[in-house]
Design a protein around this ligand. Structure first.
Ligand SMILES: [Zn+2]
Ligand SMILES: [Zn+2]
Length: 324
C-alpha cells in the first residue's frame, strides 16, 4: 500500500509499505477520507515516527469478518471499555489502567495512507445519509467542539460568545454554538479568507483590542497560541467560561490584574466520549449545508504535500485527503 511519510520542515513523501496486519480484535480499514487538522502541523514541522492523520473515514476491509464493507469513522483514543474512565463513559480518557494513552494517528499509524488497522470498538458506523467527505467532520470538528460546549453548558447556557480563531475548530464551534442557541457571536481571526467565511455563518468580526473589553459569557480559544489564550483570560466575563480547544507544546500567559481579580471557569475539551456520537450525527444533519462548505479542498496522496502547504498558508478551511 501507499503511505505518506512526514520528515519535518513540511516535507512529505509517499512511499510503498507492507499492508498492515491486524492484531486480535482489530480489523483493516481502507481510507476513504482523512481530514487535515491544525494539530497535524506538529508532525509536519517536526517529522513523526508513525503515519499521521487522525480524522479518518473509510470502509472495513476484512473479508470474512462480520463487519466487512461497513462504512466507519475512526475514534482515535484506543480504549479498553473496562477501566474506571471507560465505565464512567469517558472513553476518550482511557489509560487502560496503566497510565499510558494511545491515539490512532499519533502513537500508532493513522490515515494518511491507503489502509490502517484499528481496534473494532474504535470504528463507529457511518449512516448511509452521511457521505465520506462529511464523515471526518464528526470527529474533531463536531465531536471535540460540541463536547467542549456541552461541558461549558453546565455553567453558561446562553449569551455573548467570543471565538478566537476561525480555523476548522473555531468554525466548527461557531456552527455548534449557533445550533445550541448561543449568541451574539464575535470572532477574532487574522486571515480574511477564514474571517469572511465566519461572517457567512452570521458572526461579527472583531479586533483583539475591542474583544479585550468585551465581557463575554463564553470564550472559545481555538488557536493554540499564547496571545489568544491571554485574550481569552482578559475577555471572559466574571463567572463566564473559557473553553480551551487549541493546542501547542507550551503555554506562556500572564496573570494580569484583570485576570487575578475575577472569578471564571476554564474548560478543556481534548476529544469526545464515544457516547456523544449519536448526538453529533444529529448536529451534522442539522447544519449539513454549512459543514459541506467547510470541506473546501480534496487531494489524493500525490497532492497531500501541496494541500498541507495551502492549509498552512490559511487558504483552506478543512481540506482532506480523499481516496477512491
Ligand atoms: Zn484533529
Ligand atoms: Zn478504559
Amino acid at each position: 500500500m501507499r503511505v505518506a511519510k512526514f520528515h519535518g520542515q513540511g516535507r512529505i513523501t509517499i512511499e510503498e509499505a507492507d499492508d498492515p496486519r491486524p492484531a486480535e480484535n482489530e480489523v483493516v480499514v481502507r481510507v476513504a477520507a482523512c481530514a487535515l487538522c491544525g494539530s497535524d502541523f506538529r508532525p509536519w514541522r517536526q517529522g513523526w515516527p508513525v503515519t499521521s492523520g487522525h480524522e479518518i473515514a473509510g470502509r472495513i476491509d476484512q473479508p470474512g469478518h462480520s463487519r466487512h464493507g461497513e462504512r466507519v469513522v475512526v475514534y482515535i483514543p484506543v480504549f479498553c471499555g473496562t477501566c474506571e474512565a471507560c465505565r464512567a463513559g469517558r472513553t476518550h480518557l482511557c489509560d487502560h489502567g496503566t497510565g499510558v494513552r494511545q491515539l490512532i494517528g499519533w502513537q500508532r499509524p493513522g490515515g494518511y495512507a491507503e489502509k490502517l488497522t484499528a481496534p473494532e470498538r474504535c470504528l463507529l458506523p457511518v449512516p448511509d445519509d452521511i457521505p465520506d467527505r462529511l464523515a471526518p467532520l464528526l470527529l474533531d470538528t463536531i465531536g471535540t467542539t460540541a463536547h467542549g460546549v456541552r461541558l461549558a453548558r453546565r455553567i453558561v447556557t446562553s449569551g455573548k460568545t467570543l471565538v478566537l480563531g476561525a480555523g476548522p475548530i473555531g468554525l466548527g464551534a461557531i456552527i455548534v454554538l449557533n445550533r445550541m442557541g448561543f449568541g451574539p457571536i464575535e470572532v477574532v481571526e487574522p486571515s480574511d479568507y477564514r474571517a469572511h467565511f465566519a461572517e457567512t455563518l452570521g458572526v461579527k468580526r472583531t479586533t483583539p483590542e475591542a474583544a479585550t473589553a468585551g465581557r463575554y459569557s463564553m470564550v472559545i480559544e481555538a488557536t493554540g497560541k499564547d496571545p489568544a489564550r491571554q485574550l481569552a483570560l482578559e475577555a471572559v466575563a466574571a463567572e463566564g467560561a473559557i473553553v480551551q480547544l487549541g493546542e501547542s507544546d507550551a503555554w506562556s500567559i500572564s496573570e494580569t490584574r484583570s485576570v487575578r481579580l475575577k472569578d471564571f471557569f476554564l474548560i478543556r475539551s481534548f476529544y469526545f466520549p464515544i457516547g456523544d456520537y449519536e448526538a453529533n450525527l444529529d448536529l451534522l444533519r442539522a447544519d449539513r449545508d454549512k459543514y459541506e462548505r467547510l470541506v473546501d479542498a480534496q487531494a489524493d496522496l500525490d497532492g497531500l504535500s501541496e494541500l498541507f502547504n495551502s492549509f498552512a498558508r490559511g487558504e483552506r478551511l478543512k481540506p482532506q485527503l480523499a481516496l477512491s
